[in-house]
Design a protein around this ligand. Sequence first.
Ligand SMILES: [Zn+2]
Length: 371
Amino acid sequence: MKQQRHPLLAPLPGTARAVESFHFGPQGAGKIYIQASLHADEIPGMLVAWYLKQRLNELEQAGRLQKEIVLVPVANPIGLEQVLMDTPLGRYELESGENFNRWFVDLSEQVGDEIEASLGDDAQSNARLIREALSRALQAQQPTTQLQSLRLTLQRLACEAEMVLDLHCDFEAVEHLYTTPEAWPQVEPLARYLGSQANLLATDSGGQSFDECFSLVWHKLKLRFGERFAIPQGSFSVTIELRGQVDVNHALASRDAQAVISYLEHYGAIDSTPMEQPELLYPATPLAGVEPISTPVGGILVFCCVPGEYLEAGQLVAEIIDPLTDQVTPVHNEKPGLLYARSLRRMATAGMVVARIAGAQAYRSGYLLSP
Ligand SMILES: [Zn+2]
């Protein structure tokens, strides 16, 4: 195991932070990148990463790693320190108000311009050209803020990876994941090992999030050059939502770490016979089919169903109670689907999304993520 330290741009004198990465396995035979807690108040992945660190170390010493595996257990030291009046605030940077997991830089056009004259008929050598050009383009970027410096550091660490796993969690939720329709056949075994209950697919959900900043480069280059040259999908990414924010315990984390290890065995990154795949708990559905259920009024939020329940259209999801007027406002879902996540708050604000349902039919378009 090799440990590397990547200093971030210090926003103020005396406040320097760094991202630490841990590298396992042989270099040059393919790379897998795993990070945890980019949203710094989402800790389940950090504990899974801690389990993975021990396991990968053992596997490396046993000579069983077939590819390089890069692990970043604390992907967001800036957000981790944002604790305000006893409340961790790790989703948005307090300085800018920006979501930490948005606006990773899109360099696909620049990479395309740079490699166009060198592309040929061999998919492998085109893939190598793209990886090298992307890496160079990221190295040339000059961050001017600490937040940009964090995003660039993570992007540089992961840009050459063929597989990117980004460990997050929701507020209160069952295990679920996000990936692209193109990657789903490769990702499905991971969903089985994890026991993922909602598998949400989108090619471009509009926020330039960490997972999409890699898959989209290849997707866009394929759209631009695919008719003339062999452009493979050289990288796929998965955002894994490890249940809810308080689901941090040894039983779940060791189980999830084992699921990731089983998937890496299945993928061929670890030399061993992979475990048999469990059944898929819920089919993949379009991210554009997710129904965000919002309340039209504010009040005490009393849920009438739990994450993991399948709802028919028009079921009672929650009641919003105004203790001054005694008005009770029922909140229903419009579409059928699996309720996979709900809010942690119990005082709802008018217009707030209280829960999300994975429906089978795409009906939304444009920006598909939460803020
Ligand atoms: Zn997150």
